[in-house]
Structures are given as C-alpha cells and as structure tokens.
Ligand binder design. Structure first.
Ligand code: FEC
Length: 296
C-alpha cells in the first residue's frame, strides 16, 4: 500500500479533496498545491516509483516461492484505491492477504489508517479471510545499511562541519499522544547514524517536514526552523537531509526538501544535500520479501 498521487493536473483537485476527507480545497489552496506540482515538472514520480517497488517485490517473492504470491498495489488517496485492489485480489481467488505499507515507521495516523482500510475492505469482500499486517519495518538491517551509505555518500561532497537531519512527515501533535512514531524514527536514525559513524550531538538530529497548513498544532521542530537555528549558531557549514520516513521520490521530497529546504539553507549560508531514496533498491526489497514470506 502507498500514498498515491494524481495522474495529472486534471486530477489534483479530486486527490486533494480525498486527502481532506471529502472537503474540497479553496481556490488558493488548490493553486498552491498545483504550483508545487508544476515546480517539480507537473507530475510526481511517485506512481512510477511505487510501481517499480511493486514489481521488485513481486520478482523477489517469485524467486523465493515461485507462483505463491501476487503483489498488487492499493493506494490511500488515488486509484487504484486499497478497497478496489483488495476486492479484485479476492475475486481472483486470493486465500489470504498480507498488508505492507511502503513507509517504514508505524503511526496510528499513518500506517494505522492503511491497516483499517485493508481490514475493512477484506472483511467486506470475504468475511473471515486471514489478513496479516506488517505494521513496521524501520528496523530492517538492509534499510539501515542503504541509508547509512546514502548519508556517507552525500557527506563526501559537503563541508567538514555538516549536520545530518533525519526527517519524516509531521503529524498533528494530538495524533502522536501515546504513539510509537517518534520512538521508531529515533531508533532508525540512531542505527543509521551509528553505521555512518556520525557523532551524536554535532553530527545529526531529527527534524519534521511537510506539515499541512491547518489550525491544529503539528509535530516539530520543522526542518526549515532547524536549518535557520543551526545557521544562526554558526556551528555548521552545511546540512544533509535524509528523509528516512519516506521510501521514494515524490512531491514531499522533490519540492519540500530539494526546492524549499535547499533555498532556506542556501539563504542562511549553509550548503545543502539530500540523500537518495530507497525506491526499488534490490537489497532492501530482498529483505522485505523475506518479511512478507515470514508473515504468511
Ligand atoms: O508525490 C505526490 O504526489 C504525493 C506525495 C505525498 C506523500 C505523502 C506522505 C505522507 N503524508 C502523510 C500525512 C499527511 C497528513 C496530511 C497530508 C496532506 C498532504 C497533501 C499532499 C500530500 N499530503 Fe501527505 N503525502 C503526500 C502529499 N499528509 C499534497 C495536501 C496538503 C499539503 O500539501 O500539505 C493532512 C491531511 C489533512 O489535511 O487532513 C496528516 C504521511 C505520509 C508518509 C506515510 C505515507 O507515505 O503514507 C504520514 C508521499
């Protein structure tokens, strides 16, 4: 399961309305989102990247257990929706389902929602069908290794005094009360930083990104604030951003980081780099396939 993206400019309004649980955006909100898509070339690469991830998982599972698994994509906010994919898998004779979200860390407000929709649609299509959910995979060694290499490679071209900012999508503070999201993000950042040999305080920290502009309080500190504050201390000459909460290239990485965070860093006099995304990395998907197989 993945987030989903509009297929083209004509679908942005319906997509945004779906994200807002049926409340259409104002003209200004819509224009603002459209402008962000325009800035990254009109269409997000998310659909293409997610399909490559699906195909990679299928190929890896076929090698492990030929003919046993069928990997299908269901999105949260764009076609093919989770509900339609589940219905078609069951109509095609699936005997059990394994849910995997292409985001490594669990939060009730993120993976929890995918899980609810998977469970509800499976129950609606075939009562009693076994459903196994992989709720988290932030502790996968291949993920830590991938990110540690990505961090080390990015640091190689940066000034000596560069701080690594591990980011994830912010969520409303109210959603995070009693939620494991932050602890899981801290655990994976700690593991990646250790593998990359980063010193604890000067070398790295956590930051949050892409908070929606709504009246409620969102988890911070926001990455733009962290960049500003870091520049003001004079203790760093650069930042490397590692968006560990996402697995692929998309709007929140290509716009919020590569355009917005980069321009804040450069305005504040800091060099900027962003680590490469997992996308369909064969080693990460090799380990993920083993997790899926074990769930059955
Ligand atoms: O490339 C693309 O076209 C899609 C990029 C995209 C990804 C993504 C992932 C996550 N989101 C998460 C939480 C929220 C919450 C709200 C929210 C709103 C948006 C909006 C866009 C958007 N998100 Fe997203 N998200 C992506 C895109 N997201 C566009 C619309 C408003 C805006 O632009 O700020 C607020 C909903 C509300 O208003 O009620 C909450 C989380 C993830 C990471 C996990 C995952 O991938 O599922 C959490 C990719």
């Amino acid at each position: 399961m993945a987030y989903g993206t509009p297929a083209g400019p004509a679908d942005v309004e319906a997509y945004y309305t779906h994200i807002r649980r049926g409340r259409p955006p104002s003209a200004d909100e819509l224009a603002d989102l459209q402008a962000r898509y325009d800035a990254i070339g009109g269409v997000s690469p998310l659909a293409e990247r997610t399909e490559a991830q699906r195909a990679r998982l299928q190929e890896t599972l076929d090698n492990l257990a030929p003919g046993r698994f069928r990997v299908a994509l269901g999105n949260k906010h764009a076609a093919p929706f989770i509900e339609d994919t589940v219905a078609s898998l069951i109509a095609d004779g699936a005997e059990r389902l394994v849910g995997l979200v292409l985001a490594p860390h669990y939060s009730r407000g993120s993976v929890g929602e995918y899980r609810e929709r998977l469970d509800a649609s499976a129950a609606a299509a075939a009562a009693g069908l076994p459903v196994a959910m992989i709720e988290r995979w932030y502790d996968l060694p291949a993920l830590h290794e991938f990110l540690a290499r990505a961090v080390t490679d990015a640091l190689a071209a940066m000034p000596e005094r560069t701080k690594v900012l591990f980011t994830a999508h912010s969520l409303p503070v109210a959603v995070l009360d009693g939620d494991p999201y932050e602890d899981e993000l801290r655990a994976s950042a700690t593991a990646v930083a250790a593998r990359a040999g980063l010193p604890r305080w000067a070398g790295w920290t956590l930051a949050w990104q892409s908070a929606a502009r709504t009246p409620m309080a969102w988890k911070g500190p926001d990455i733009l604030e962290v960049i500003r504050d870091l520049a003001a201390t004079g203790r760093a000459d650069g930042v490397v951003v590692c968006p560990q909460g996402f697995t692929s290239d998309h709007l929140e990485v290509l716009y919020d980081l590569d355009i917005r965070a980069r321009s804040s860093a450069e305005e504040a006099g800091l060099a900027f780099a962003r680590t490469r995304s997992v996308n369909d990395d064969p080693t990460v998907f090799g380990e993920l396939a083993a997790v899926v197989a074990a769930a059955v």
